[in-house]
Design a protein around this ligand. Sequence first.
Ligand SMILES: Cc1cc2nc3c(=O)[nH]c(=O)nc-3n(C[C@H](O)[C@H](O)[C@H](O)COP(=O)(O)O)c2cc1C
Length: 339
Amino acid sequence: MIPPFLLTPFSVGTCKIPNRLIAAPMAGLSDLPFRKILKSLGAGLTFSEMISAESYSRRHKKTEMLIKRSEEERPFSVQLFGANPVAMAESARRLEAEARCEIIDINLGCPAKKVIRGGSGAALMRDTEGLFKVVDAAVRAVSLPVTVKMRVGWRPEDRAGLKLIPELFARGVKAVCLHARSVTCGFSRPPDWTWIKDAVAMGRPLIGNGGILTPEDALEMVRRTGCAAVMIARGYLGNPWIFREIRQLAEEGCVTPVALSERFNVMTAHLSASVETFGEKHGVLKMRKHLAWYVRGLADSTQFRGRIMTLNGQNEVLATIDAYREHLNQRDRQETRNG
Ligand SMILES: Cc1cc2nc3c(=O)[nH]c(=O)nc-3n(C[C@H](O)[C@H](O)[C@H](O)COP(=O)(O)O)c2cc1C
């Protein structure tokens, strides 16, 4: 049987990726403990959170933590942002020398003020000369494949990002990930996948991103755009199972809903891993958002969320998770009895 397209391997330069399901970089969220879960549920490629090329080239300790990967995370892409070609080259060289990743990605899409202020991220889309210097510096510094993650442009009408794609490939970029929104569209306006389709015609591999919230969306993006791979971001928050669900949908045509027991097991395992990685205070704090997302749509989740936001100790959080699990189980039993 021929495997469904999204489950087939593909290559980015010399890097072979086992399937076409990619977990997006998400600052503050796609950290080591969470990426391990995403990987175990079927992500073919994971990304570090974005890191500053300046900081990494100066060996800042915090940056080191952000690029730490687990054994299973192969292949792994480290995403750099920066406007200084020297720091970009130095960081890329060090990442390669220390075998930190198999792909180096450059962030050209981040609209955060503190990133743009330094001329990095999405600001590079308005500074083509600077952009090419940064990209050339990285491409020349390493033999690892260099990729870029970008938006369609600053404003929807200008499509400046799209127009850069052929030149980026010509300069040695091995894949482009296109977030189908402009910078002024932020994160909330609906993405326009026709931009991904247009970009596919300009060069490959083209990775499509933006608005994949369900397994059906992933298959639909490929059908509508012809992209080589799909990148999922907010769709995996609270639902790391989306990677497994896409596999199921592609192979079997339907998706098995995640059992409550598995959901809660992943929540507690995620909490333990977060505390182990970041220490109790920071690890618990980081988990507040994740736990709130994990219970989205479950009965009486508002009370659970409210309580979680007030807790600081791992044991208290664990007890609250257990109590909520028991509450839902009881509710289930009651409903079964009532027919
Ligand atoms: C909280 C948050 C953090 C993000 N961090 C990064 C980042 O570090 N690097 C990056 O390239 N994109 C980052 N993004 C953008 C996502 O990777 C993705 O391109 C965007 O959310 C669109 O995909 P979606 O519609 O599937 O969420 C971030 C987005 C959000 C909401």
